[in-house]
Design a binder for this molecule. Structure first.
Ligand code: P6P
Length: 339
């Protein structure tokens, strides 16, 4: 009898990965399973958001008499809840919380990881049925195990991440995560409520035909970026073109599409946002880790995203991320002296 091992769940996959590390404690696998559990709960609410008053402002009461929480507040509570009650995370940073949240109980203080996340990025899109997502980043703590974590455990350069991932609540719901060993995607099978391996060993194509940028800000971009965009618009077949412009306005969707098909995503600095719009620790750094493990590149226009030493949890950065050859061509326009 042949055993059908094609369908592998997230749990089976993380346990199998453990076999490659005989000394591993399984804490990271547990943390990833916790993230998968919270994402399943968020997925249920996102899928029915159009039907109930969950888009209301925090504090209103729904038909069941429950306090309605905004969807991103609801999502944040799910991720905080599973990580606080798990045994793999000592504290979190979240887009929804002004400061880090130190779990500071005996079990959590003995955990060796911290997690940062944007629980529901792009939530402004949900009332028009555009895909939204969760983005997360995992670091090994730098303070002694057994003590409460501090800000130093979170303000680490992205190169120190042990794992990073995202969830897209879209036409189907997919969870993608990376460790140094590779990038793998799991699609939620709602019939069994399991994350099932659907995109094994994702590699970012070195070249692509998609450039992703908000053209509405074109005249705010620095000259080199505007030059590169003009080049993208004039690519001939002999140069790998013609290119197409795709911009969903939901980072998880734009970057995921480019990761799979090849392409470049740009959110440059703007005149009214000189530091860019996107957040370093829980948006750009996790995606930079994922895309680099998959063979792509990610910079702030001057340096690798993963080399940036954070100074505060919610700091922003310009972001250029995607296929290696496209990123190198962009760099020849924004840093002509480096080429
Ligand atoms: P803009 C969503 O609000 C978000 O944070 C990202 O998901 C998305 O890529 C970006 O902002 C879109 O920003 O200014 O182009 O609407």
């Amino acid at each position: 009898m042949t055993i059908n091992r094609r369908v592998q769940t997230l749990d089976e996959f993380t346990i199998q990965q453990l076999r490659n590390f005989p000394n591993a404690t399984g804490e990271l696998s547990g943390l990833l399973r916790d993230m998968g559990l919270a994402a399943k709960r968020v997925n249920v609410e996102v899928n029915k958001a159009g039907l109930i008053d969950i888009l209301g402002d925090a504090g209103s009461v729904n038909v069941q008499g429950e306090e309605v929480k905004k969807l991103d507040v609801f999502a944040n509570n799910q991720f905080v809840g599973v990580l606080r009650h798990g045994i793999s995370c000592a504290g979190i940073g979240s887009e929804e919380l002004d400061d880090i949240l130190v779990f500071d109980d005996e079990i959590s203080n003995n955990s060796k990881y911290v997690c940062l996340f944007d629980p529901l990025d792009g939530s402004a899109n949900i009332d028009v049925n555009v895909s939204i997502g969760t983005i997360f980043s995992v670091f090994r703590r730098v303070t002694p195990v057994g003590t409460p974590v501090t800000l130093a455990d979170f303000l680490q350069p992205g190169i120190k991440q042990v794992a990073a991932g995202y969830v897209i609540y879209g036409s189907s719901t997919i969870l993608v995560y990376a460790t140094r060993r590779g990038v793998n995607g799991f699609t939620l099978d709602p019939s069994i409520g399991e994350w099932t391996l659907s995109h094994p060993d994702i590699k970012c194509p070195p070249a692509g035909k998609i450039y992703s940028v908000n053209h509405g800000n074109f005249f705010q971009y620095e000259e080199g970026v505007r030059k590169y965009i003009n080049v993208c618009q004039q690519k001939e077949a002999s140069e790998g073109g013609p290119y197409t412009q795709r911009y969903i306005g939901s980072m998880v969707s734009d970057v995921h599409r480019n990761l799979i098909k090849g392409g470049i995503f740009m959110y440059p600095a703007l005149k009214d946002k000189p530091g860019g719009k996107l957040r370093l620790l829980y948006e750009c750094s996790p995606f930079a880790f994922i895309v680099e493990v998959a063979g792509g590149l990610a910079t702030d226009g001057k340096q690798r995203i993963l080399d940036i030493q954070p100074t505060h949890v919610h700091q922003r950065t310009p972001l250029y991320i995607g296929s290696k050859l496209m990123m190198e061509e962009l760099n020849s326009y924004i840093n002509p002296d480096q080429s």
